[in-house]
Design a protein around this ligand. Structure first.
Ligand SMILES: Nc1ncnc2c1ncn2[C@@H]1O[C@H](COP(=O)(O)OP(=O)(O)OP(=O)(O)O)[C@@H](O)[C@H]1O
Ligand SMILES: [Mg+2]
Length: 252
């Protein structure tokens, strides 16, 4: 089904304690596309990403991953746990805070889910992990524990770990925000490589240059509503709203 979008979100709404943090969000991410989600703190960016892989359950609306609706079916019936887990595994998530398992080596961080969640044979999981760690420039640290790594190195391992599940889309939530400035570039470099290889990515970021260079689509969330969406050139050179103009001015 090559023409189905990797992610299709229709009229997604979500409230916390009676406060609506996402309202009627529509978003289509085609295969091979990079979509950047911008917006100020509290605008709903993380909640949107978390809804895509069902870490949060939306109140209304539908989310389809590769055409398959996640969480509930069109009649509102809950998806069986196994099916939900399989569909969730089609999305990989990379967090600001890395979330590596501290008691596992780099290699084991990457092989853990393929072996224990997907049932991949150990030998094959190790082979894939080596390739992926090589791709992110971390093959030399396979036996190291996370606490011995720099933030940039941890994040590159976290990216390899997400890739190890062969996700159809990778969701990045501010992957460089916790890093020292000199380490940001190495992680953005890996992400650029992934986009060039055709990975489908949804990226919440404050790195404007990156968003401009790599995205196919830029989306701006303001108080839970998408108020602009455009190709990067247009978004960055000719924003339509005063809100986005102000946001971009502050980022310069
Ligand atoms: N589990 C939760 N319970 C209650 N409120 C929540 C929860 N998660 C998020 N919120 C609220 O929803 C709103 C949107 O939060 P979200 O984390 O999606 O924003 P964000 O755009 O990712 O912000 P930031 O740039 O600071 O990460 C905020 O007001 C936040 O306080
Ligand atoms: Mg956030």
């Amino acid at each position: 089904m090559p023409d189905l979008p990797a992610v299709a979100i229709e009229r997604l709404s979500k409230s916390f304690n009676g406060i609506e943090v996402l309202r009627d969000v529509d978003l289509t991410v085609n295969r091979g596309e990079v979509v950047s989600i911008l917006g100020s703190s509290g605008s709903g960016k993380s909640t949107l990403l978390r809804c895509i892989n069902w870490l949060e359950q939306p109140d209304r609306g539908a989310i389809r991953i590769g055409g398959q609706r996640i969480g509930v079916d069109d009649n509102g019936r809950r998806m069986p746990a196994r099916e939900l887990a399989a569909l969730r595994a089609k999305t990989g998530m990379v967090f600001q805070s890395f979330n590596l398992w501290p008691h596992l080596t780099v290699l084991h961080n990457v092989t853990e889910a393929p072996i224990h969640v997907k049932g991949v044979a150990k030998k094959e999981a190790v082979r894939t992990a080596r390739e992926l760690l090589d791709k992110v420039g971390m093959a030399h640290k396979m036996e190291a524990y996370p606490y011995t790594l720099s933030g940039g190195q941890k994040q590159r391992v976290a990216i390899a770990r997400a890739l190890a599940m062969s996700p159809e889309v990778i969701l990045f939530d501010e992957p460089t925000s916790a890093l020292d400035p000199e380490l940001v570039g190495e992680v953005l470099g890996v992400m650029k490589d992934l986009s060039a290889e055709g990975y489908t990515m949804v990226v919440v970021t404050h790195e404007m240059e990156f968003a401009r260079a790599v995205s196919d689509q830029v989306v701006f969330l303001d108080k839970g509503i998408i108020i602009e969406r455009a190709a990067p050139e247009q978004f960055f050179t000719a924003p339509e709203t005063e809100r986005v103009r102000k946001f971009l001015e502050l980022k310069q």
